[in-house]
Design a protein around this ligand. Structure first.
Ligand code: MRU
Length: 361
């Protein structure tokens, strides 16, 4: 996607021994990139959320393995890099998926062949991410166009967190659908949940503004009210892990939006690239590890002061007990449909949509 007229990817190769990432901790106030050359730098970038979003952390981890193999390609190095990266964030299954794919490819190879093979495979995973997001966005755009076809009015979409191009290599998931609908001339307006405590909604607002998509930032608690007043046509979110029966794990607060959507007959869709589906998962509520993040994220807000300098404001005293679960699970019964690169399926049809590919895998 473009920033000030220049095409960017959220992660890109920068020569044969480095990747360049968009440093998301600087957004929305500054667009800055970082050049990373070591596996531990990638691990730090994922942990600190310089890179974030389920698809992107999977791709970043694949490059982390590739960079580790360039320095030392013995089995012990592969195992250490795998363990380091896997421990960075627990919830998005894309991380485990990408690491498993890299290890499965590399383990049988002689150490001398691993560096090149790893770099090429990480590149393939990145390119696949772009193609998947483009394809699922096209299906999602049809959904938005169909809503416009019914009403002939601007389609009002509510989204939570950031499922945009910076959460993937390019296009995004939920926002891929919105971009493609907008580019096709479908009038769309996006209600952007702020998404406390990390405020990923500000990243979404930044992306939408850069692409010229009309949008309005709202406090997290406003969505239900807007749905009651008939001001939301569609809820469209991303996902960090989806079970085979269509339970959707996504950013904390998604579940409450799905409950409000169900109560107000607003369709609730999740945009889900196939690497986000955990086919091994039987019980999403019990089995998905929900990341518990630092209390400071809730106690302290970060932004800019009146002079434009980075600033932090403490909202709660350091002694105030805090819980900070980063994700929640929306049960399949609240999900109208799942938008994938293969098309849109009701939660119960998800496995059937991917049946041939899974049989061949
Ligand atoms: O904690 P984050 O910012 O990594 O969480 C990201 C989300 O929850 C996104 O909605 C999800 O990864 C989908 S991104 C295409």
């Amino acid at each position: 996607m473009k920033v000030n007229g220049v095409a960017w990817r959220s992660i890109a190769e920068d020569g044969p021994h480095a990747v360049r990432i968009v440093d998301q901790t600087q957004l929305p106030f500054a667009f800055a990139t970082l050049r990373l050359t070591r596996c531990d730098e990638i691990a730090h970038a994922i942990r600190s959320m310089q890179v974030r979003g389920a698809p992107l952390i999977g791709v970043a981890a694949a490059y982390g393995i590739a960079l580790a193999m360039q320095r030392e390609a013995a089995d012990a190095s592969l195992d250490a890099a795998h363990a380091l990266l896997l421990a960075t964030r627990p919830t998005a299954v894309n991380l485990r998926w990408a690491l498993s794919r890299m290890r499965t490819l590399l383990q049988p190879l002689a150490a001398g062949a691993r560096a090149d093979a790893a770099w090429q495979e990480a590149g393939r995973i990145a390119e696949e991410d772009v193609a998947i997001n483009r394809a699922l966005g096209a299906h999602g755009a049809e959904l938005i166009a169909a809503a416009h076809g019914r009403t002939r009015q601007t389609v009002r979409v509510l989204t939570h967190c950031n499922a945009g191009w910076i959460a993937t290599v390019d296009y995004g998931t939920a926002l891929s659908a919105i971009y493609q609908a907008h580019d096709a001339g479908v009038p769309v307006h996006v209600w952007v949940d702020e998404t406390r405590p990390r405020n990923q909604g500000l990243l979404t607002a930044w992306e939408l503004a850069a692409h010229g998509v009309p949008h309005t930032l709202i406090a997290d608690n406003a969505g239900g009210h807007l749905m009651q007043r008939g001001e939301v046509d569609l809820v469209l979110v991303g996902a960090d892990r989806v079970s085979r029966n269509g339970d959707v794990c996504n950013k904390i607060g998604t579940y409450l939006k799905a409950v409000a959507a169900s109560d107000n007959d607003v369709p609730f869709y999740a945009a889900v690239p196939s690497p986000t589906i955990d086919w091994e998962l039987a019980d999403a509520l019990r089995e998905i590890p929900i990341e518990e993040r630092a209390a400071e994220e809730v106690r302290i807000v970060s932004g800019r002061d009146a002079s434009g300098q980075r600033a932090q404001v403490m909202l709660a005293d350091a002694t105030t007990p805090v819980a900070n679960p980063a994700f929640d699970v929306t049960p399949a019964r609240l999900v109208t449909g799942i938008v994938t690169e293969r098309g849109i399926a009701g939660p119960a049809e998800l496995a059937r949509l991917f049946a041939p590919a899974r049989a061949a895998a």
